[in-house]
Write a protein that binds this ligand. Structure first.
Ligand code: CMC
Length: 392
């Protein structure tokens, strides 16, 4: 079978060719389809960037209108799917609910599961983009015991999501335009990041020719972990812990450096970026804007900025090239918007969705795709003889 080399964590193994996202981790560069993330964050929108990722080019205004209208048309969940939410325990983590509900989409849309039929893939794409925000809000409503609100298709993508999440039937919901703009940008910043853990999962599952819903559901589960998408929740919990322990940032940093109980500075470090994550710079600016207009400043922002300053001047972090990543400041913004910590990773999933879809579509259309099947280095016993139970 030839020589097998070991690369745990795939640190130096490319699994595919791709023309979607470019990262230069040493210089802190991120581009979607060639466009710098800074330009997209400032001038594009989440849906336009989703189109770009999925279809390869920025849409014309007619293409964007059609894409947006089709997504708006599919926001409703099947009533039977809505009933699924009654069956989950109330304290279920919304990421677990999200992955289950996305997985269940393949039971409702059996007409669009053929990965090699372009029209079926396109309608699955639209359904996912349309229904995932509805599922996410329902997961939240279930957790807090409020009635679920049907989508309102006269609203934009992010407005609709905010209204379904925070609105109640009794009172009209006033949508804060600053929150809409910032959340749209945060989703855009998360939209793709080449072969990260969840995207590689989507591709690996899809390489067996599993359908798009099944593959994306697997991606949601991969994103759930605290070293990946779960980091945004972990950052806020870390800040809250530091605050409740008296706010001693230096003591916390010492703990991290001594690797006490394996504690890490969450929201710092990245497999690819060995420089400031360009998304983190944009998020930090947005956090200062959003939190700056609050009547009562959030002391956690101050803690986060102190942590960053101390870490960036400390040899432990400098020598390991550990910089803030995209998750370091996002949680503070989500908190200011009213999201509970358990919803943070769900927001990451909403953002990453077009990236998963684009990568899955690239994978399925690549004639060189083979089923993903890593090798191993076996270190167990050689052959030995079975011992009857009485003699063990
Ligand atoms: N705090 C303290 N030490 C760290 C951290 C951190 N956040 N990250 C890495 N290190 C140390 C690590 O202990 C190791 O030190 P040593 O050489 O002494 O053993 C060295 O830096 C290299 O770390 P690694 O674990 O080999 O690096 P990796 O590329 O395998 O891990 C990472 C990347 C993102 C999992 C890691 O940096 C980490 O755990 N960060 C905290 C969690 C986090 O913020 N994740 C979000 C990542 S960005 C968005 C996303 O993907 O979801």
């Amino acid at each position: 079978t030839g020589q097998v080399t070991l690369d745990t964590g795939f640190v130096n193994t490319a699994s595919c060719v791709s023309s979607i996202t470019y990262i230069d981790g040493d210089q802190g560069i991120l581009r979607y389809r060639g466009y710098p993330i800074e330009q997209l964050a400032e001038q594009s929108s989440f849906l336009e960037t989703s189109y770009l990722l999925i279809h390869g080019e920025l849409p014309t205004s007619q293409q964007l209108t059609e894409f947006t209208n089709r997504i708006q048309h599919h926001t409703l969940l099947h009533e039977e799917l809505r009933r699924f939410f009654d069956g989950f325990p109330r304290d279920a983590h919304p990421m677990a609910v999200l992955s289950s509900a996305v997985s269940a989409l393949s039971t409702f849309y059996q007409d669009s599961l053929n990965p090699f039929d372009d029209e079926q893939v396109e309608i699955s794409t639209i359904r996912l983009m349309a229904k995932v925000p509805t599922i996410a809000s329902y997961a939240y409503k279930k957790a807090i015991g409020q009635p679920m609100l049907y989508p309102d298709n006269s609203l934009g993508y992010v407005e609709n999501f905010l209204r379904m999440t925070f609105g109640v039937p009794a009172t009209p919901y006033e949508i804060d335009p600053v929150f809409v703009k910032v959340l749209d940008m945060l989703l855009l910043l998360h939209a793709d990041h080449e072969q990260n853990c969840s995207t590689s999962t989507v591709r690996l599952v899809g390489s067996s020719q599993a359908n798009l819903f099944a593959s994306v559901s697997a991606g949601v589960n991969a994103l759930f972990g605290p070293l990946h998408g779960g980091a945004n929740q972990a950052v806020l919990e870390m800040l809250q812990r530091i605050q409740s322990d008296g706010g001693d940032v230096n003591a916390f940093v010492r703990k991290v450096k001594n690797k006490e109980d394996g504690v890490r500075l969450m929201g710092f470090g990245h497999r690819v970026y060995k420089n400031y994550d360009p998304r983190a710079a944009l998020v930090k600016k947005a956090a200062q804007d959003v939190l700056g207009r609050m009547a009562k400043p959030d002391p956690l922002l101050d803690l986060a900025m102190q942590l960053e300053e101390i870490a960036l001047a400390d040899d432990f972090f400098v020598s390991r090239k550990l910089y803030p990543n995209v998750d370091f400041y996002t949680g503070l913004i989500y908190k200011a918007m009213g999201f509970p910590t358990t919803m943070f990773t769900v927001l990451f999933a909403l953002g990453r969705l077009p990236g998963w879809i684009a990568q899955w579509r690239e994978m399925i259309n690549d004639p060189d795709t083979k089923i993903g099947r890593p090798r191993q280095v076996y270190i167990g016993y050689g052959q030995r003889d079975y011992a009857p139970i009485a003699g063990r």
